[in-house]
Design a protein around this ligand. Structure first.
Ligand SMILES: [Zn+2]
Length: 285
């Protein structure tokens, strides 16, 4: 098993903010799903301020997130159309990956989901009454019927299937042109993760697999998935495409890979793991 989220261990999640703001804190400010960053030449950084008010922006909501290395972290939503302060910009999370400090990036991946949950859970889904945010837990409660509304999280499996020196890669219709990746899909209600792995592979490429092993997991905040990674080996059957989702699929050797996903993704970590096993680094050509 590969622990791919080692980096975020320094973060301690919390809901109850400090009584007073007295020290500089990290501010994860979102407009829609875009993060407010200072733009530097090749990198970006985040505002580290005692109070959000120093930015001169008007907030729609503020959420305490916890501490990163003992520095408090807050998520804030600002109204659409608000211009960024000078030398700053609102940028998508995918665009800042690799340019923002990685610990801060993964806290931002939490922050965007909390802001999105707050924005999309204003009223009770059962009786339509305005919800009340809990002060002690990350939930909202209906004052009428008591129904709790937690942040939404959609579990999805992702699996690298190997056959000897080859791995299975497929191209979904919505991928960037030319790109291939390992198979992935959402877990259905009532299904175990292993059942989801078997079903997805069968549905998308028509083959049977065995030796399903847990690889690692990764939050995927686009918009609120949790990717649970597995490896498996080919057990039987030829590739036959589900042409509604998959455009092309095939067995590839590590020396002849098509364009693959970027370093941010667990898909890439699975492919890098397979390449390392075959004695090749993803930096090689
Ligand atoms: Zn209700």
């Amino acid at each position: 098993m590969v622990n791919i989220m080692d980096k975020v261990r320094k973060f301690v999640s919390g809901v109850i903010p400090p009584v007073e703001k007295t020290e500089p804190a990290w501010w994860f400010v979102f407009q829609g799903s875009k993060l407010l960053v200072y733009q530097e030449s090749s990198s970006v950084s985040l505002p580290c301020l005692v109070d959000f008010a120093e930015l001169g922006l008007k907030s729609l909501s503020e959420h305490y997130l916890g501490r990163l290395d003992n520095c408090h972290c807050y998520a804030v939503e600002v109204i659409e159309g608000t211009g960024p302060p000078e030398v700053m910009a609102f940028e998508g999370l995918r665009q800042v990956y690799g340019r923002l400090d990685e610990d801060l990036f993964w806290v931002a991946a939490r922050a965007v989901q909390i802001v999105d949950w707050d924005r999309t859970h204003k009223f009770c889904g059962r009786c339509g009454i305005q919800l009340r945010t809990s002060l002690t837990e990350r939930t909202k409660e209906c004052p009428e019927c008591g129904l709790l509304h937690f942040p939404r999280l959609a579990p999805a499996i992702i699996v690298l299937v190997e056959r000897g020196h080859e791995l299975l890669l497929a191209r979904s219709r919505h991928f960037l042109q030319g790109m291939y990746s390992v198979l992935a899909g959402f877990v259905e209600p009532g299904e175990s993760l292993e059942e989801a792995v078997v079903r997805e592979v069968k549905e998308e490429v028509g083959i049977s697999i065995k030796d399903i092993r847990y690889f690692g997991s990764q939050p995927w905040p686009f918009p609120h998935s949790l990717m649970i990674g597995f490896t498996a080996t080919h057990a039987g059957g030829e590739i036959s495409l589900d042409d509604t989702e998959i455009e092309d699929a095939g067995w590839f050797t590590v020396g002849h890979l098509p364009p693959i996903p970027g370093k941010i993704s667990i898909a890439r970590k699975l492919i890098d793991w397979f390449m390392a096993k075959q004695g090749k680094s993803s930096e090689d050509d």
